[in-house]
Design a protein around this ligand. Structure first.
Ligand code: HEC
Length: 269
């Protein structure tokens, strides 16, 4: 028996060993995100910090073209304020924090009189602008690889936010036998190990308004949480709905059982 197991293990190593050794790619680190599990919720302070990391660092290269500034103030969003919700007859477009954040960013537009291309401060209705005018410029500015749009990135990659948080902390000297061309970097979480993105984060790169210490780990986890919210802004509502459906089903089966007992009361088999 023992011999069989040893043989099997040896066979598995022979088959799987070389593949593991060559790639040098690691599984994402486990991160204890607040939004995991059936009752998980986004941590609003973390989403606010994550937005700041995206805006001040990642937005220089990555678009998030499916997110509008007003979404930041939607229920469950980083800057949601119940004062500006359906309950008060107002919307996130009226939220002064959202307005100010939008106005901090310039978006391209056309001058209404001359037709010239101009930029103006964004309004809550504007979508996040692209850092590059087109994909050719995006490629040219990044060694031939256009930085992908991050709107849905947290859902597009296996491991989701944990993969993103790991990727941002995974840069280092190349694994044995890997040579890097100019503009390439080694990342132990990126499939293949060689990525065209330079390490974007560094300690204290972003100053957090809530006083959180600005380590690379903190920045990476916060921006990963923000990207998860962006990819699935209605996650909390979905979980809540799932829970209500479960409660309903439990009550409903009790009710069914009670009526079954009642219908068949007094009947002998
Ligand atoms: C200087 C430009 C630049 C900055 C700043 C930058 N990136 Fe990137 N990023 C890139 C490029 C280029 C790629 C494509 C790399 C490749 O496919 O080899 C990329 C790829 C990615 C990917 C995709 C990895 C995959 O699995 O395909 C993620 C996720 C990512 N970046 C997240 C971020 C985050 C989050 C930030 C901010 C903390 C950031 N990036 C900042 C240039 C940048």
């Amino acid at each position: 028996m023992l011999r069989k197991v040893t043989l099997l293990a040896a066979a598995l190593l022979l088959v799987g060993g070389p593949a593991l050794a060559n790639s040098g790619v690691e599984k994402p680190m486990a991160v204890d995100f607040s939004f995991e599990g059936p009752f998980g919720r986004f941590d609003q302070a973390q989403l606010q910090r994550g937005y700041k990391v995206y805006r001040e660092v990642c937005a220089a290269c990555h678009s998030m073209s499916m997110v509008a500034f007003r979404n930041l103030g939607d229920p469950g969003g980083p800057f949601f304020d119940p004062k500006y919700s359906a309950a008060t007859g107002q919307t996130s477009n009226d939220n002064p924090v959202v307005k100010a954040l939008a106005a901090d960013t310039q978006v391209p537009d056309i001058d209404g009189e001359t037709g010239d291309a101009i930029t103006r401060p964004a309004t809550p209705a504007d979508y996040f602008p692209s850092p590059f005018p087109n994909v050719i410029a995006a490629k040219a500015g990044n060694g031939g690889i256009a930085p992908p749009d991050l709107s849905l990135m947290a859902k597009a990659r296996e491991g989701g936010p944990e993969y993103i948080a790991s990727l941002l902390q995974g840069f280092g000297p190349p694994a044995h036998g890997v040579t890097l061309a100019p503009g390439q970097h080694y990342n132990r979480y990126f499939p293949g190990g060689v990525i065209g993105m330079a390490p974007p984060l560094a300690p204290d790169k972003v100053t957090f308004d809530d006083g959180s210490k600005s380590t690379v780990k903190q920045q990476a986890e916060d921006v990963a949480a923000f990207l998860m919210w962006a990819a699935e802004p209605h996650m909390e509502a979905r979980k809540q709905m799932g829970f209500s459906v479960m409660i309903f089903l439990i009550l409903f089966s009790g009710l069914l059982y009670a009526s079954y007992r009642r219908v068949w009361r007094g009947e002998s088999h």
